[in-house]
Write a protein that binds this ligand. Structure first.
Ligand SMILES: CC(C)(COP(=O)(O)OP(=O)(O)OC[C@H]1O[C@@H](n2cnc3c(N)ncnc32)[C@H](O)[C@@H]1OP(=O)(O)O)[C@@H](O)C(=O)NCCC(=O)NCCS
Length: 164
């Protein structure tokens, strides 16, 4: 009997606007808790949201694929002067396995290549996972009341260790 172990294949790549349906399907599969943490409320108009992200060519969407299934999405929205806002979600049954860390590292290396200088992420003080990831990438985290902001200086971050 073969005891060959099936190795999970995790890949990252940029997603295009013609893949919006795939992204919306992922959002629609999320638990209320993940939607709350990702969209900071019980947001539902995913179609309009993703259309607006793709409407600006300076924005980008990156995906994590596990055995060819889209399991994580990270959007980067251009703010100004080489600064982008980032937001991420990983499918509920795949959270806590390192996919979010890998996707953040991939997006950071792509943004760095494009000349981005600073990244900003907004979250809440109870979002332990994104705060743990923010610390891993040396984010400066400031929390006031119900809002935390993490700022990343891309020039001083080495993401290679998270990509191998
Ligand atoms: C936040 C999110 C993207 C992280 O992705 P993930 O694949 O689950 O994260 P990872 O497995 O790469 O890393 C999670 C880290 O949180 C840490 N963590 C988990 N629970 C924790 C807790 N209760 N206290 C402290 N750290 C905790 C883990 O130990 C891990 O860090 P480590 O690798 O140093 O051990 C994912 O959980 C998610 O989609 N959450 C809902 C949406 C969201 O919160 N988005 C972020 C706001 S935009």
């Amino acid at each position: 009997m073969s005891v060959a172990k099936t190795l999970a294949k995790l890949e990252f790549r940029e997603l295009r606007s013609n893949e919006s349906k795939l992204i919306i399907e992922l959002y629609n599969s999320l638990s209320s808790e993940s939607i709350y943490h990702r969209f900071r409320g019980f947001f539902k108009d995913f179609e309009k949201y993703i259309k607006s992200v793709f409407s600006d060519p300076r924005n980008a969407v990156y995906g994590a694929f596990l055995n060819n299934e889209l399991v994580g999405v990270l959007e980067t929205v251009y703010l100004s002067d080489g600064c982008y806002e980032i937001a991420i979600v990983v499918k509920d049954n795949h959270q806590g396995k390192g996919i979010g860390t890998g996707l953040v590292a991939y997006a950071m290396s792509e943004l760095k290549r494009k000349g981005a200088k600073t990244l900003v992420a907004h979250t809440t003080p109870d979002n332990y996972r994104i705060l743990a990831i923010s610390r891993k990438f040396h984010g400066t985290i400031k929390c006031m009341y119900e809002e935390c902001t993490a700022v990343f200086n891309l020039q001083s971050i080495n993401v290679d260790q998270f990509l191998n």
